[in-house]
Design a protein around this ligand. Structure first.
Ligand SMILES: [Zn+2]
Length: 171
């Protein structure tokens, strides 16, 4: 896995992405701020979930009850939760929590993806094979935060800041 520090650092980015989306007027329910906070915290929890979900924490030995990086790291499962919870945003009070959790879970898979063990997005594990665990955490974290800024800019500012950045870089 990417280091747990990297999962935490990307988890906050995932939480901010989730919060920005659930608080948007189109998807927000009657309590947008509460929804946003719940989505943020669920995102942070979700970003480490694929790893703690596979530990039998209710036993003393705390062995893995499932092979590392199999079902809990399944891309389709997390994507399905994301789609389902998005559908219920503004309609069911638990939707922002599920949505944040799914954003965090997917962020975890993205963080695990570059290292050799890979991630089972659909069936077999696939790896980008870029670096080994714990290396290049900075790239993973920076990419996650860049994605978070992009989403916040998109959802809330209609790319005002993105355009300013492109102008500044003369692109
Ligand atoms: Zn993992």
């Amino acid at each position: 896995m990417a280091s747990s520090k990297a999962h935490h650092a990307t988890g906050w980015a995932a939480g901010i992405i989730a919060a920005a989306i659930v608080m948007h007027p189109v998807t927000a329910g009657s309590a947008p701020v509460l929804s946003g906070v719940l989505a943020l915290l669920a995102g942070v929890a979700g970003a480490t979930a694929p790893d703690w979900l596979e530990v039998a924490w209710w036993t003393r030995a705390r062995r893995l009850w499932i092979t590392h990086r199999t079902l809990t790291h399944w891309g389709i499962g997390w994507a399905a939760l994301l789609a389902l919870s998005y559908h219920f945003l503004g309609r069911h009070p638990a939707a922002p929590i599920a949505f944040g959790f799914a954003c965090g879970g997917l962020m975890h898979l993205f963080a695990d993806w570059p290292n050799p063990l890979g991630v089972p997005w659909i069936a077999a594990r696939h790896s980008l094979n870029l670096w080994t665990s714990g290396h290049c955490d900075l790239i993973v974290v920076a990419a996650a935060w860049a994605a978070a800024l992009f989403v916040v800019d998109d959802v809330w500012f209609h790319h005002v800041y993105g355009r300013m950045l492109l102008d500044a870089l003369h692109i």
